[in-house]
Ligand binder design. Structure first.
Ligand SMILES: *Cc1c(COP(=O)(O)O)cnc(C)c1O
Length: 397
């Protein structure tokens, strides 16, 4: 007799970690639509629509705007692989895991990397970028992480573009945890290469990495002396598939493109300003609740999409997270690197950013912390969150 393999039955979780975020039903339904060929005229039209929607969400008119198969790190590596040639000088701001990852990728692609390092939780001071560029070291690229998910720090990007361009370099920005949750003005801020991921504020499953290159970045691509070392991530080849010639490069993840298109439609139906306001409001509710429980905020310049707080003295970080998951079906993130067992990272990204989710988390965390011996008055967290003036919106479901 054949052994019966049980059907897949993943649990329903409340995703309040550093990604993935909650995926609305309409996006899940888009994934289940019929798979068609990657050169089917109907699919090519869906690609065109998707890149046009991406341009709107990224606030850019860049022709080279598309979604690379792979997660956010694929977009990061594509940006580096295409803009860096062996021996190029690259300046990277490192204030957490992801700045460190960009620097490591740039080294592996043969760049001479200089880093500006600040303690985790802080952001890179603009005058240090200016200073490094003024020393006349001929940087080709400056890379910054807009939303450092490992620490919750919000890097200033506006105005950096001008400084970088005056220094003769291009500006690369990691917008993985900000795009569609916080303002990202690719063209106005002079960003030359931007990458993101589907599973954070876009509220789509992981699997695609939106990327956009400015005209300046495309010129740098055209001036390359050596071919891009990664064939798969060669943006000129990928763009020939997305562009007029439709040259086969890889078999597109068709159904993921459907999902991304639907996720982008949801973002634009809500409206960018409204969506950023929703993230801001729920961040303030969460912050009021956590601070009422005595939890200290880590970054001075905080994101609204990812909230990093210190684990209270005497509390076992892993035990609390396990209880949240097992008893309340809630996922939050652990601290990384120097913040290991010292920080909690609470994501309120995309569809996960709602008043209901904030209240559910605050009530559960308060109950667990009290059970773990942290002295708290019953209901303080939710009461503080309710005090925040304004109105929450539910966000797409
Ligand atoms: C999540 C994340 C990445 C990497 O994305 P993956 O999808 O995990 O590959 C890069 N940068 C930042 C800031 C992130 O938060």
């Amino acid at each position: 007799m054949k052994k019966k393999i049980p059907p897949l039955a993943p649990p329903q979780r409340l995703l309040l970690g550093p990604g993935p975020s909650a995926v609305p039903r309409r996006v899940l339904e888009a994934l289940a639509l019929p798979t068609i060929g990657h050169l089917d005229p109907c699919y090519l039209e869906i690609m065109d629509e998707t890149r046009s929607l991406l341009r709107q969400v990224m606030c850019t008119s860049n022709e080279l705007t598309l979604a690379i198969p792979g997660t956010g790190s694929a977009g990061m590596e594509a940006s580096i692989a295409n803009l860096v040639e062996p021996g190029d000088r690259v300046l990277v701001g490192v204030n957490g895991v992801f700045g460190g990852r960009i620097a490591e990728m740039a080294r592996r692609h043969g760049a001479e990397v200089e880093t500006i390092e600040v303690p985790w939780g802080e952001t890179i001071p603009i005058d240090r970028i200016e200073g490094a560029l003024a020393r006349g070291r001929g940087f080709k690229l400056v890379a910054l992480v807009h939303a450092e998910t490992s620490t919750g720090a919000h890097q200033q990007i506006e105005e950096v573009g001008d400084i970088v361009h005056r220094g003769g370099a291009l500006l690369l920005v990691d917008a993985v945890t900000s795009l569609a949750g916080m303002e990202v003005r690719t063209d106005d801020w002079g960003i030359d290469a931007l990458f993101s991921a589907t599973q954070k504020c876009l509220s789509c499953p992981p699997g695609l990495s939106p990327v956009s290159f400015s005209g300046r970045a495309v010129e740098a691509l055209e001036r390359r002396k050596h071919p891009v070392r990664s064939w798969y991530l060669d943006l000129s080849l990928i763009n020939s598939y997305w562009g007029a010639s439709r040259t086969y490069h890889h078999t597109a993840p068709i159904n993921m493109t459907y999902a991304l298109r639907e996720a982008l439609v949801l973002v634009l139906e809500e409206g960018l300003e409204q969506r950023f306001g929703r993230h801001q409001f729920h961040h303030r509710m969460l912050r009021a609740g956590l601070e009422a429980m005595g939890l200290a905020w880590i970054p001075a310049r905080t994101l609204t999409t990812l909230n990093a707080v210190e684990v209270p003295e005497g509390i076992d970080d892993a035990r609390v997270r396990r209880r949240l998951l097992e008893e309340h079906q809630i996922e939050i993130g652990a601290g990384l690197g120097p913040f290991s067992s010292r920080a909690w990272r609470i994501g309120l990204m995309g569809a996960s950013s709602s008043a209901e989710n904030v209240m559910t988390l605050l009530a559960a965390l308060e109950e667990i912390l009290r059970g773990e011996g942290h002295p708290l008055e019953v209901g303080v967290a939710c009461a503080a969150a309710k005090e925040i003036p304004g109105q929450g919106a539910a966000g797409p479901r």
